[in-house]
Design a binder for this molecule. Structure first.
Ligand code: AHR
Length: 308
């Protein structure tokens, strides 16, 4: 069977535990390479399990996500997966989903709604990611560094919690200081624009590091730093989150220093949770996905391994 919803087509059939299920997936958008990989992996996993996935790309609009969820309800799907663009404003639509008797899984970013309104969350610990990035930076700078922060999408839990975790650690060191913090919306082009403008308003020789909430903005910043005649990775350290292939390429070129991994393999645990629930099993309220921190020493190996 071939269904068309939103921007992508998926197939469904029968055969294994979750085969034959019809699941609606509302995705944030396609703002970063990580997001694109996450989408591709989810579609492939649905196909492998013979799940019919109704896919909707919201292009970073909460309104579009709410509309997609309503459409999934009308189509009487077996379950819904929501990757929410921002944290707040979900309670009303989650109540509608609950009233329709459809289980909903929150994936990747978090919502602030009551946890009784969703089946489970499959996500990483964004606070921990921020802490890990900060701990590395403290170590390599001996606790003395003026930092430019490139924030992710305003209102998203990924941006907020990474910021919280990073700030928790640097606040323990009086000479670790964020001198500018601006959003680049998790986008490469905006990361470059924002960094370019910061390099014109701040004294570049004072900037010790860029802490970027994702790799794409870091790669944009690297470009801006090069255009300013400086050496990224050397004059200005670069630490970010995601572990996409391009950041490993940047490390191989000596332009980036560290990345905290965000695994894009969240669909499998989400489909497992839905299947378990539909089979009458109890599902935990949080299913964590974990990742490490990577440096230039393994960049070539990681780059080769992560070509999807
Ligand atoms: O929610 C996770 C974040 O969203 C990723 O770190 C970023 O690349 C994406 O846009």
């Amino acid at each position: 069977m071939l269904l068309l919803f939103g921007m992508v087509v998926a197939v469904g059939a029968q055969g294994n535990d979750s085969s034959g299920l019809r699941i609606g997936f509302s995705q944030v958008g396609s703002e970063s390479d990580w997001r694109t990989a996450f989408t591709e992996i989810t579609l492939a996993e649905a196909e492998r399990r013979e799940i019919t996935l109704l896919f909707s790309n919201a292009e970073n609009s909460q309104e579009a996500q709410i509309e997609a969820i309503r459409s999934f309800i009308e189509q009487k799907v077996d379950a819904i997966i929501l990757a929410p663009v921002i944290e707040t404003g979900w309670t009303a639509i989650l109540l509608e989903v609950q009233a329709a008797g459809i289980p909903i899984v929150i994936i990747d970013r978090n919502v602030t709604a009551d946890e009784s309104l969703y089946l489970t969350r499959v996500s990483s610990d964004f606070v921990f990611e921020g802490r890990l990035a900060a701990a590395w930076l403290v170590q390599v700078t001996s606790g003395d560094c003026k930092i430019v922060e490139l924030e992710g999408t305003v209102g998203s839990s990924a941006a907020r919690d990474r910021q919280i975790g990073f700030n928790q650690v640097i606040s323990l060191f009086p000479k670790m200081q964020i001198i500018v913090s601006q959003t680049g919306d998790f986008r490469r082009t905006l990361g470059q624009e924002v960094m370019d403008s910061i390099l014109h308003t701040e004294d570049p020789s004072k900037i010790c590091a860029v802490w970027s909430h994702n790799d794409d903005m870091a790669i944009g910043a690297i470009e801006a730093i090069k255009q300013a005649g400086l050496d990224p990775g050397q004059d200005i350290l670069i630490v970010s989150v995601d572990a996409i292939p391009d950041i490993f390429k940047a490390m191989m070129d000596g332009d980036a220093n560290a990345t905290v991994e965000l695994s894009p393999y969240m669909a499998g645990p989400a489909f497992d949770a839905i299947t378990a629930y539909l089979n009458g099993e109890t599902v935990p309220k949080w299913i964590p996905v974990t990742g490490g921190i990577y440096f230039p020493d393994t960049a070539a190996e990681e780059y080769a391994r992560r070509q999807h």
